[in-house]
Design a protein around this ligand. Structure first.
Ligand code: ADP
Length: 471
C-alpha cells in the first residue's frame, strides 16, 4: 500500500500548500514507493517561520540541556531501529548491514554532539589587563537550512543537524526527493523525544521547488548542502548572492594508492569495500585504484576475484535512483577499455528487476578517460599503475576534487609523505579509521567547510567578542 507523507513543520505533519504529492521508487524492485509532499516556497516559508520562532528559546537553553534532548533523540532512534531501517530500505534498497550502520551512526552522531557541546561549545576569556573584561561566545545562526542527497539519507541529515542543534540552532531540512521518508520519520521521532516544536522541521519536494526556496530565504542564517558539484555551484549564487555562509559537500572522486610493499591482503579488502559499500554511492569512495606497477596485475586479479563473489541484495544494493542507474550505464557504454569484470546490468533473476549493476573493475584506464576523472558513484573501480611515489602523487592530485584519499604502503614514512602532499581533506594511511571524531571535507572543488568532529560544531556558530570596560 502506498502511503502519503506530509511535511513535518512546527512539531506536526503538515499537508503541502499545493495539495500535491510526488511518487517515489523502491530501487530494489522498481515498484512504486511511498508518496511525499511536493513542497514549494509557501511550505518552506511556513517551516522557516516555525524554525525562526523556536530559535531563540532553543538557543537560550544550556548546552547540557540541549545535549540531554539530543541523547533522548538517540534513544528513540535506537528503539525505532527496525522501522527506520525499513523506511530507508524501501527507498534505497540498501543491504541490511548498511541499513544498520545508517541507524547506529545516526544515534552516535547525536550522542557525540550532545557531549562535545558541553565541553567545547564555550567561548574564551581574553586577558587585556585590569579594568577590562573581554570574552568570546559561540552564538548560533538562528535557522540553519540543510539540503541532503539520496545516498545516505539519515547520516547526511544527522551529521549536519546534530551539531547545528547542539549549538542552539533550529533546523529546516530539505531531503532528497528520492529518499525523504527516513528523514521525516527522524523528525517525528525527535518530537517524541522532546525536541521543542519548530526546532526540527522537514520540508520535502524537488530541488528547484523546495530546495531553492530554502536556500534563498533570508531568514536562513546558514546553509549546509551535500550533493552534486553543479547544484552546489548554483546554490552558492542563490544564497543571498553568496553572502549566506554555506557548507558545501560535493561529489567527486578519490584515490586509493597501493605500493608494492603494502599489506596487500588489507589493501585488496579496502578496494573491495570501496566497490561494494553502498554500491560505491559514497562521496568519499576511493574508486580510483592506483597500484605500483610491480604488483598492479596481482592486485587487480585479487580485487576482480573478490568482486565476482559479491552477491546483489546481500553484499551490495541497487543504484538508488533511475537517473543514477542510467548514468552508470552511460559510463559503461563509453569506457575506453573492456571491463576486467562486470560492466553491465543483471540480465535475469531478482537483481534484473531492480536497479542493480554488476560490481565492475576497469583495469589500466587512460588517466584522461571520463570514467577515470569523474565520480561514477556506482560499484565501479578504475585502476592505473604507477612506477614511483612522485608519479602516484601526481596522478592522485590530478583532479579538481580532493575529498579523501587512502594510501597503503609497507613504509609508514612513505605513507605519511604522501598524506602530507596529497590535496585532500582526509587521508587514511594503512587503513587508519575515519570516524565521527575526524573532520571531513574537501580541498579544491570538493566544497568548503567541515563536517564531523569538533570542527563541525563551530560551523554552526558565529563567534562574538564582547569587551567591557570596568572603569
Ligand atoms: P544528486 O545528483 O546527488 O541528486 P543534486 O545536487 O541534484 O545531487 O541533489 C542533492 C540535493 O540538492 C537534493 O536534495 C536535491 O533536491 C537538491 N537540489 C537539486 N537542485 C537544487 C536547486 N536548484 N536548488 C536547491 N536544491 C537543489
Amino acid at each position: 500500500m502506498v502511503i502519503r507523507h506530509d511535511h513535518w513543520i512546527d512539531g506536526r505533519a503538515t499537508p503541502p500548500d499545493g495539495q500535491a504529492w510526488l511518487a517515489t521508487l523502491d530501487p530494489s524492485t522498481r515498484r512504486p514507493g511511498d508518496e511525499i509532499a511536493a513542497g514549494g516556497p509557501a511550505d518552506v516559508s511556513k517551516a522557516v517561520a516555525a524554525a525562526d520562532r523556536a530559535a531563540r528559546a532553543w538557543a537560550g537553553r544550556s548546552p547540557a540541556d540541549r545535549g540531554a534532548v539530543l541523547h533522548r533523540i538517540a534513544d528513540v532512534v535506537e528503539a525505532d531501529a527496525q522501522a527506520l531501517m525499513e523506511a530507508e530500505r524501501s527507498c534505497t534498497g540498501k543491504v541490511p548491514a548498511q541499513l544498520r550502520l545508517e541507524v547506529e551512526m545516526s544515534a552516535a552522531y547525536f550522542r557525540y554532539y550532545a557531549e562535545v557541546v558541553r565541553a567545547a561549545g564555550q567561548g574564551q576569556v581574553i586577558e587585556q589587563g585590569s579594568g577590562v573584561h573581554t570574552y568570546t561566545r559561540h552564538e548560533p545562526y538562528g535557522v540553519v537550512g540543510v539540503i541532503t542527497p539520496w545516498n545516505l539519507p539519515l547520516n547526511q541529515a544527522v551529521r549536519t543537524l546534530a551539531p547545528a542543534l547542539a549549538m542552539g540552532n533550529s533546523v529546516v531540512v530539505k531531503p532528497s526527493e528520492y529518499t525523504s521518508v527516513p528523514t521525516l520519520r527522524l523528525a517525528w521521532l525527535a518530537s517524541q523525544a522532546g525536541t521543542p516544536d519548530g526546532v526540527l522541521n522537514v520540508v520535502t519536494g524537488t530541488g528547484p521547488q523546495a530546495g531553492e526556496a530554502l536556500a534563498a530565504d533570508p531568514r536562513v542564517g546558514r546553509l549546509a548542502f551535500t550533493g552534486s558539484v553543479a547544484t552546489g555551484r548554483y546554490l552558492s549564487g542563490v544564497t543571498g548572492g553568496g553572502l549566506t555562509p554555506i557548507t558545501l559537500e560535493l561529489g567527486g572522486r578519490s584515490s586509493l594508492i597501493v605500493f608494492a610493499g603494502a599489506d596487500l591482503d588489507r589493501a585488496v579488502a579496502a578496494a573491495v569495500t570501496a566497490l561494494a559499500e553502498n554500491s560505491g554511492q559514497v562521496c568519499s569512495a576511493t574508486a580510483r585504484l592506483l597500484v605500483e606497477e610491480r604488483v598492479h596485475d596481482e592486485v587487480v586479479d585479487r580485487v576482480v576475484a573478490a568482486a565476482e563473489k559479491l552477491q546483489p541484495a546481500t553484499d551490495f544494493g541497487p543504484l538508488i535512483t533511475q537517473e543514477q542507474y542510467q548514468k552508470v550505464l552511460g559510463f559503461f557504454a563509453d569506457a575506453p577499455v573492456p571491463p576486467a569484470t562486470g560492466g553491465g546490468p543483471f540480465q535475469r533473476g531478482p537483481a534484473a528487476r531492480g536497479l542493480y549493476v554488476r560490481p565492475t573493475v576497469y583495469a589500466r584506464v587512460p588517466h584522461d578517460a571520463r570514467i577515470a576523472r569523474e565520480g561514477v558513484f556506482g560499484p565501479v573501480l578504475v585502476t592505473s599503475s604507477f612506477s614511483d611515489e612522485a608519479e602516484a602523487l601526481a596522478m592522485a592530485n590530478d583532479t579538481e576534487y580532493g575529498l579523501t584519499a587512502a594510501v597503503w604502503s609497507g613504509d609508514l614514512a612513505q605513507g605519511l609523505r604522501i598524506a602530507e602532499r596529497i590535496e585532500a581533506g582526509q587521508v587514511s594511511v594503512n587503513g587508519g579509521p575515519l570516524t565521527i571524531e575526524t573532520p571531513f571535507g574537501g580541498y579544491k572543488h570538493r566544497g568548503h567547510g567541515r563536517e564531523k568532529g569538533l570542527a563541525a560544531l563551530y560551523e554552526y556558530a558565529q563567534l562574538k567578542t564582547v569587551s567591557a570596560s570596568l572603569r
